[in-house]
Design a protein around this ligand. Structure first.
Ligand code: MG
Ligand code: MG
Length: 236
């Protein structure tokens, strides 16, 4: 999973470098597929329950599961890229929301807060913690800023399968749910809406948007729980 996570992180860094006004999410999808092929890895999402692409690309009000397309990104947009790598029998899973060109300060703040909430959650991942502590760490960063947390989708165990037990929600209460154990590998993935928490799935049966069409950000890492603390597998 360390190796797969490194392949994922390297491909994500290339996607980040390529995101710009005019670039299409199909081009980002092709870049990701190409880098995985070169590394001898497979895209976890391709064909997953019939998903047609290698990455999920979710611009602006899209929360998750957006399908890449040929519409160019526009200056001031945000776009969440969610992707998984299958390598040597194991999956890793990660997501990042990028600013396209210059974004408004309040948009940058949504990205910064969401990313901070993921970092806060990861810092809770010791062998004395419970999953409720991890979720509460997200909530504690996000809610005071006036944003809302998506509750219908959550993080998850990840390993031999892309989605495994346990469910890793982005809210508390602290001190509840399963204890973290050494050797567990979980994907932690706060999804934060600038407006309300309600979601809606579009007619393609994939694309999940905010019901009020407010902006949404999504950051995710695959994290291994060890006696020495959390090990982020999907960063370089
Ligand atoms: Mg993901
Ligand atoms: Mg995930």
């Amino acid at each position: 999973m360390r190796e797969g996570g490194r392949i994922l992180a390297a491909a994500m860094a290339e996607i980040e470098a390529k995101v710009a006004p005019g670039v299409t999410t199909n081009e980002l999808d092709a870049l990701f597929a190409q880098r995985l092929a070169e590394a001898g890895a497979e895209a976890s999402f391709k064909g997953y329950r019939g998903f047609p692409a290698s990455i999920c690309a979710s611009p602006n009000e899209v929360i998750v599961h957006g399908i890449p397309d040929d519409r160019g990104l526009a200056e001031g947009d945000i776009v969440s890229i969610d992707c998984g790598v299958y390598f040597k029998g194991f999956h890793t899973d990660s997501a990042w929301t990028f600013a396209v060109g210059e974004v408004a300060p309040e948009v940058q703040k949504l990205l910064d807060v969401t990313r901070s909430s993921l970092e806060a959650a990861i810092s809770q991942c010791s062998v004395t913690a419970r999953l409720g502590d991890v979720g509460y760490a997200v909530e504690r960063v996000v809610i005071p800023e006036g944003y809302s947390l998506v509750r219908e989708y959550a993080g998850h165990g990840v390993g031999r399968s892309l989605h495994e037990e346990p469910w890793v929600p982005n809210y508390g209460p602290p001190g509840r749910r399963d204890k973290l154990r050494p050797g567990m590998t979980i994907a932690i993935e706060p999804m934060v809406n600038a407006g309300g928490e309600a979601t809606e799935t579009l007619a393609d049966n994939w694309t999940v948007v905010t019901a009020d069409r407010s902006l949404s950000a999504h950051f995710e890492h695959t994290v291994a729980i060890t006696e020495e603390g959390p090990l982020v597998l999907t960063s370089l």
